[in-house]
Write a protein that binds this ligand. Structure first.
Ligand code: NAP
Length: 250
């Protein structure tokens, strides 16, 4: 029988109450990981932890607050003995406003949730990973962290997702000598509540931009995140990984 791909690993996944975070959590648990799920939405996060069972615990957590991170790391250490993997997944799209209409408050909120939280998460988890002798951090960016020509996300979303890519590389350079790998993932159009809330339907014009001609199931991103989290990607760090059906291939 094939060994589970994350056997013996402990993972923290933020924004795991729904969407891609929930999909990553299910796949990680199926592959033998113990998972600490965090989200603002306690009902959804706890329901998923209950569904997964003894391999999961849920911690209500606002990723933008440094003071709330130690409880997340403690949950991993106390329940499962340490931290091997961090998936900084929580994110918001924010208003789909052009730059003239984007408020300073909205700009700060999008950058706090999408960008600042990635710094806080890495800062909080690195000491526990160092104790384990290594680890893998996967930061969820977007195609909007690679190119800004898709029109609908705001300047704030694009800025925050470009920043995630840069912070990923900086931390990979800094902690490679400690066997801690850091990569960014750049999804295209993925069928999640965030996307449904942004647009009722991804229609003809948007679909025409996608060489594979369809929206992704979250599991198709989870498969990449699983690979980067696992030891299968042991020589991969500081890199950006597109999962966009070829959208940026032009
Ligand atoms: P989603 O369906 O909206 O799920 C995001 C989760 O993050 C929600 O459960 C949300 O909780 C939680 N969250 C929001 N703010 C938080 C905070 N401050 N602290 C803790 N949790 C928070 O989004 P998704 O589509 O799965 O997106 C996941 C990641 O992929 C995001 O970083 C997003 O930017 C990125 N992404 C998505 C797409 C796409 O097409 N869907 C494409 C590229 C990149 P609430 O429900 O309480 O708000």
């Amino acid at each position: 029988m094939q060994m589970a791909r994350l056997a013996g690993k402990v993972a923290i996944i933020t924004g795991a109450g729904r969407g891609m975070g929930a999909s990553h959590a299910r796949l990680f648990a199926e592959q033998g990981a113990k998972v600490v799920l965090t989200d603002l939405n306690a009902a959804a996060g706890q329901a998923l932890a209950d569904e997964i069972g003894a391999a999961a615990v849920f911690v209500k957590h606002d990723v933008t607050r440094l003071a709330e991170w130690p409880a997340v790391v403690d949950a991993a250490v106390t329940n499962f003995g340490g931290v091997d993997i961090l998936v900084n997944n929580a994110g918001i799209l924010g208003p789909l406003a052009d730059t003239r209409d984007l408020t300073e408050e909205d700009y700060h909120l999008v950058c706090a949730v999408n960008q600042h939280s990635v710094f806080l998460g890495m800062k909080s988890v690195l000491p526990a990973m160092l104790k384990r002798g290594g680890g893998s951090i996967v930061n969820i960016s977007s195609i909007a962290g690679m190119a800004a020509n898709y029109g609908f996300p705001s300047l704030a979303y694009v800025a925050s997702k470009f920043a995630v890519r840069g912070m990923t590389k900086a931390t990979a350079m800094e902690f490679g000598k400690h066997n801690i790998r850091v990569n960014s993932v750049h999804p295209g159009f993925i069928q999640t509540p965030m996307m449904v809330e942004a647009t009722d339907e991804v229609g003809g014009e948007a679909l025409a931009q996608i060489p594979l001609g369809r929206i992704a199931d979250p599991r198709e991103v989870s498969n990449l995140v699983l690979f980067l989290a696992s030891d299968e990607s042991s020589y991969i760090t500081g890199a950006e990984h597109l999962v966009d059906a070829g959208m940026l291939a032009h």
